[in-house]
Design a protein around this ligand. Structure first.
Ligand code: FMN
Length: 195
């Protein structure tokens, strides 16, 4: 395998790890795409919470009442898309999602470390449910549920990458490469492709 490609792969995963640790880094906000129940592709922004290059696993948090949870239960095949304008770099990862539901050891472990303001995002109504018409004070009232209310709605999504499509656009030097990973996260294959 060409040395440059190994370096590119390592730097891509380093960037993801940096984003998981620091909200100001590129790739902190990624697009998670799944297959919707109506056979439409569904894409939404999610916060990258953890990135492990050794195993090629990315972690996201979600409200299990949101439609994506059902979609991912039906079909765990997922694409994660990220673009950094600073780096002029697109990362497009394909993989499978593993769901840790509320009450699972993994969800409980992560929940126990969440700060109160993050826990509060799980205290509202089911994501996507219609709210009372605008202007209704009830729609804007602050939520005052106990902090633990969100625990039974909190789920962890673990995305295991099977491949990475890396694409950097630079004037006169557009580059694109594909990488594939084995079951333990090892880099199995890497090749340049036409951008
Ligand atoms: C900046 C930003 C960050 C977001 N982060 C998350 C997240 O980490 N997890 C999540 O479930 N939804 C997150 N959302 C909301 C989703 O994009 C989406 O609207 C919501 O989860 C409902 O998605 P669904 O209907 O496909 O299930 C975020 C939205 C924005 C704008």
């Amino acid at each position: 395998m060409h040395h440059d490609l190994i370096t590119i792969d390592r730097e891509a995963w380093d960037a993801l790890a940096a984003a998981a640790a620091d909200p100001s880094q590129p790739f902190r906000y990624l697009t998670l795409a799944s297959l919707g129940r109506c056979q439409f592709p569904e894409a939404r922004t999610v916060v990258l919470r953890s990135a492990k290059s050794a195993t090629r696993v990315l972690e996201f948090h979600t409200d299990t009442r949101s439609p994506k949870w059902q979609e991912l239960q039906d079909n765990g095949n997922t694409t994660i898309l990220g673009y950094s304008d600073v780096l002029k770099l697109q990362l497009r990862l394909r993989g499978e999602i593993d769901l840790a539901p509320p009450g699972s050891p993994e969800a409980d472990r992560v929940w126990s470390r969440l700060p109160p303001h993050t826990r509060a995002t799980y205290q509202g109504g089911p994501p996507g449910d219609e709210l009372p018409p605008e202007g209704d004070p009830a729609a804007r009232a602050p939520i005052s549920a106990p902090e633990e209310t969100g625990r039974d709605r909190f789920g962890v999504l673990s995305f295991k990458a099977l491949s990475l499509d890396w694409c950097r656009l630079e004037r006169n030097n557009n580059l694109r490469a594909r990488f594939s990973y084995g079951a333990s996260g090892e880099l199995n294959d890497a090749s340049w492709v036409a951008p």
